[in-house]
Design a protein around this ligand. Structure first.
Ligand SMILES: Cc1ncc(COP(=O)(O)O)c(C=O)c1O
Length: 502
């Protein structure tokens, strides 16, 4: 019996609400636990082949080599590995993940990073260039997101990515609310579609995340947000747009609510920060989403996504320097000296700051405008084509992240079929659907047409083979619907264990 059947027979017939109560005691029964472990091991053994394709082909190390290898030899290995993986994303087969592809830009970023490879932004006195780069990236991002239209001194810091930006904003609100309002049981209101990084922040920083639903159009139900505010609420979250369905939450309504309640309001523009300002300039009618709205007190915008910098950089912004100070961490009586750091990391790679600065300054306003135009046109084409397919349904009214599902067949099987053709789209759930986050790579000639042709074929295939059960679809289907969330969580943790196997 495979894990799916085993788990289903153990748990699935139970009422989902009951499962929550019985899952833990059931797993504590030695037989059940042993059996689960066996089933996990079988699944992981299958996955191991997929995740460790280089075993036996390239030298691998579980301990330091006796003597160092020749640099040329090492670089040759890295180059071969990189080249093998490159074609898939460079040819536009991947949703999101990589946001640029042209060789000149990549080489330029690499050069910038190489030049600053030794620098550490933690030591600004040694590398003032690193703080110059960080400060200017923050200022340029703030300017793009409405700083020029408010008398407030919008400010922020550079971080390692969207998740760190979100973690920092949530920690900031926790410390601000404790200091200024004495709140010790902090709650944050977030739509169910807000990025998982908010769950992570709640987990790390002891916050209660109060989820509110979304409407039929997958936008936050702001009336529910209003009803969820209480004396422990420290902040509210909206996305512009959301990761799953690419929808912009009702930011102005939420901004007004937050302002009236005197709580923070974080707009997660990790994905949209470097797209929406340009979309507006291109004439797309968008609701306001940034610091032009007075209730917006912080934002995140990822330079390493549509900002077209290399991975490892994002910006978190605050309405005031006073608020930003709650993000900082200082220790004044450590034998190691005065310690002060703005964000999660201690040492911060000056290379990331330099490459990010290089990306922003090299592309400039006209560059982002032109890239946004191409991305939005491509996304519109994809959306319209999907809308012509009788058994597919686009969710919401998206701009450049197109989520779709089917009421007639298992959409994860379409994802599997596309996977066989090289595509890597994202599988989502609640409701079951898949999405493509359209990037510059999809604007290359022929990519969008190839996607649509492959999608049509995949739909035809799935309709013609309604019973076939293979690939990831059953696993996805199970993971999405299984009421025993602890079992799903166990599997994900074992998957992470697997990644660290040599
Ligand atoms: C809306 C949104 N917020 C936050 C994040 C987290 O960003 P990162 O993966 O850079 O940590 C993502 C990632 O896709 C996102 O789509």
């Amino acid at each position: 019996m495979n894990l799916k059947n085993f788990v289903l027979t153990q748990f699935e017939r139970l009422n989902p609400r009951l499962v929550g109560a019985v899952e833990k005691p059931l797993k504590a029964i030695p037989f059940v636990n042993r059996r689960l472990e066996q089933e996990y091991a079988a699944i992981m053994a299958d996955l191991e082949h997929e995740l460790k394709p280089y075993r036996g082909e390239f030298a691998s190390y579980a301990r330091l080599p006796e003597n160092g290898r020749a640099p040329a030899d090492i670089l040759a290995d890295i180059q071969t590995l990189t080249h093998r993986e490159e074609a898939r994303w460079k040819e536009g087969f991947v949703s999101g993940a990589v946001f640029y592809g042209d060789d000149d830009h990549i080489q330029f970023l690499n050069q910038a990073a190489n030049l600053a490879a030794a620098s550490n932004a933690l030591h600004a006195h040694v590398w003032p260039s690193a703080s110059k780069f960080e400060a200017e990236v923050v200022a340029m991002t703030a300017d793009m997101l409405g700083a020029a239209h408010t008398p407030d001194d919008i400010c922020g810091t550079l971080t390692s990515g969207g998740t760190e930006s979100i973690l920092m904003a949530m920690k900031t609100y926790r410390d601000w609310a404790r200091d200024t309002k004495g709140i010790t049981q902090p709650e944050v209101i977030a739509p169910v579609t807000a990025h998982a990084a908010f769950d992570k922040a709640a987990h790390y920083f002891g916050l209660k995340l109060v989820h509110i639903p979304v409407d039929d159009n997958f936008r936050a139900d702001w009336i529910a947000a209003k009803n969820a505010i209480n004396k422990n609420t420290i902040a509210m979250v909206g996305s512009a747009p959301t990761f799953p369905h690419g929808m912009i939450d009702p930011i102005s309504e939420m901004s007004a609510l937050a302002q009236e309640a005197g709580i923070g309001f974080h707009v997660d523009a990790c994905v949209g920060g470097f797209v929406l300002p340009w979309a507006e300039k291109l004439g797309y009618h968008l609701p306001p989403f940034d610091f032009r709205l007075p209730g917006v007190t912080s934002m995140s915008a990822d330079t390493h996504k549509y900002g077209l910098a290399a991975k490892g950089s994002s910006v978190v912004l605050y309405r005031t320097p006073e608020l930003r100070r709650y993000q900082y961490f200082v220790v004044t009586d450590w034998p190691g000296g005065m310690y002060f750091s703005p964000s999660m990391a201690g040492s911060r790679p000056g290379a990331a700051a330099a490459a990010t600065w290089a990306a922003l300054v090299s592309i400039g306003q006209s560059g982002y405008l032109e890239r946004t135009r191409r991305i939005l046109e491509t996304a519109q084409f994809i959306r319209q084509e999907i809308e012509t397919m009788p058994n597919l349904r686009v969710l919401g009214d998206p701009l450049f992240i197109i989520a779709f599902t089917s009421d007639n067949f298992d959409i994860y099987r379409v994802m599997d079929r596309l996977g066989q053709k090289g595509w890597s789209l994202n599988g989502l759930h609640k409701p079951s659907c898949i999405h493509i986050m359209v990037t510059n790579l999809h604007t290359q000639p022929g990519v969008k047409e190839r996607l649509i042709a492959d999608l049509r074929e995949a739909v035809t295939f799935v309709q013609a083979n309604p019973q076939a059960e293979s690939g990831l679809a059953p696993v996805y289907g199970m993971a999405a619907s299984l009421p025993a969330r602890g079992v799903v969580g166990d599997m994900l943790k074992r998957y992470l264990d697997l990644l660290y196997k040599v």
